[in-house]
Ligand binder design. Structure first.
Ligand code: ADP
Length: 407
């Protein structure tokens, strides 16, 4: 089976195309700045020897439908393409940011699923409208393919009520669906599986803390293969210090700023989501830039890094307490996979809890799944490259196989 994975945003379409027999990436790319005049398309074809043939285009892509049609043209292009005909694309997996409280598992998309997705828009007004648009356009373009929705929130469905509830009046949950949902679930699920395999165990035999540190960041406590808590909340603003988000904060800060500076809700939203985190603290949301600044002796960059790592460390402690025992800590995504300094700071001084990092292993520049703890560390520390698109393709294939079996 060949699966096209689509991640649609309000002005972009990211895509990856896989042959699932060998879980091989055949092509991928991104259509950006849709409807903004200077749209850009970047397409990659993976050659048989592993080299990448790259095409970059500029020009107006007026809307998502034109964007996706261009993707189809590229996928069957004589030089840059990987299929002879559109009909070879039998399945399309859609990344959906928020499934709300009803869409908690991977689903084959029909009109009912789209209806239920529309109900989730108030919970994810920035992300889910783009996802719905992506589904509608893809269903119109790939009329004979099966479309499958894979939710970023789904992996967190096993979090128990005492962990997902906020201590607000009951109606806030019952009527308004205010609760923790969690995000990055596809990535947490993928690296948890990878980690179990690396340790030679079944997922249900071990307890893990998975730490996804990209531009956004979140952690998950994964007990016997099931997520039991995560740091993000009803929205991706909660938890860790992130690129531009503040993470956990006393909610009364908002009342204070509202009264003292006359800031309205929109301004507070922008402040906390877009102007805070590393960017607010030291002027850049990019960890590589932060590290450069720190090396020049920049006080703000040093403090930002300490705060970033300290928050991770606090949650490691919290999730060890939640699960009672821990087999491995797994770092993933841009910062998690590449930044030895963050990993080292987040795990330092925890030898008494059985967490002991090997500095040489931590600083190795390998890009593979690897162990960076000492040989005698009770808790293993792993670095596991994430692959959310492949996980979505796997889920899409799994769901379609179940459906074929039942028909
Ligand atoms: P996104 O959430 O946008 O997918 P990524 O997972 O690509 O983000 O992570 C982006 C972050 O990873 C940026 O802060 C970037 O600076 C950081 N990063 C990437 N490579 C390195 C590196 N070699 N050292 C430190 N940080 C890195």
């Amino acid at each position: 089976m060949k699966v096209l994975v689509i991640n649609t945003g309000s002005s972009s379409i990211k895509y990856e195309f896989f042959a699932m027999d060998a879980e091989q990436r055949l092509a991928g790319g991104i259509v950006e700045k849709i409807g903004e005049g200077a749209s850009a398309v970047t397409h990659e074809k993976i050659l048989e020897n592993g080299d990448v043939l790259k095409l970059e285009e500029q020009g107006l892509i007026p809307d998502h439908e034109h964007g996706l049609k261009r993707v189809v043209e590229l996928l069957r292009h004589p030089e840059y393409g990987v299929v002879k005909d559109k009909s070879e694309i039998q399945a399309v997996g859609h990344r959906i940011v928020h499934g709300g409280d009803k869409l908690t598992e991977t689903m084959v998309i029909d009109d009912k699923v789209i209806e239920a997705l529309r109900e989730t828009v108030p919970l994810a007004p920035l992300h889910n409208p783009g996802c719905i648009l992506g589904i509608e356009v893809a269903r119109a373009v790939f009329t004979n393919a099966l479309h499958v929705a894979v939710f970023d929130t789904a992996f967190h469905r096993t979090i128990p009520p005492y962990a997902f509830m906020y201590a607000l009046p009951w109606d806030m949950y019952k009527k308004h669906k205010v609760r923790k949902y969690g995000f990055h679930g596809t990535s947490h699920a993928y690296v948890a599986e990878q980690a179990a395999r690396c340790l030679g165990k079944k997922p249900e035999e071990i307890n893990l803390i998975t730490i996804h540190l990209g531009n956004g960041g979140s952690m998950a406590a994964v007990q016997a293969g099931k997520c039991v808590d995560t740091t993000m909340g009803m929205t991706p603003l909660a938890g860790l210090v992130m690129g531009t988000r503040c993470g956990d904060i006393d909610p009364a800060v908002m009342f204070y700023l509202g009264k003292r500076l006359g800031m309205n809700l929109r301004e507070l939203d922008i402040l906390l989501n877009k102007e805070s985190g590393l960017k607010g603290l030291c002027g850049t949301n990019d960890m590589r830039e932060l590290l450069k600044k720190k090396r020049t002796g920049d006080f703000h960059a040093s403090l930002a890094l300490e705060m970033y790592a300290y928050r991770i460390k606090k949650y490691i402690g919290a999730y060890m307490a939640v699960m009672g025992s821990l087999d491995a800590i797994v770092f993933t995504a841009g910062v998690g996979e590449n930044c030895a300094e963050v990993r080292s700071l987040a795990c330092q001084g925890m030898e008494a809890f059985g967490i002991s990092m090997d500095n040489e292993r931590n600083c190795s520049s390998s890009r593979d799944l690897r162990r960076i703890s000492t040989d005698d560390s009770k808790v293993k520390i792993l670095v596991a490259p994430t692959n959310e698109e492949l996980k979505i393709a796997q889920e899409t294939q799994r769901k379609i196989k179940i459906r074929q079996k039942n028909h």
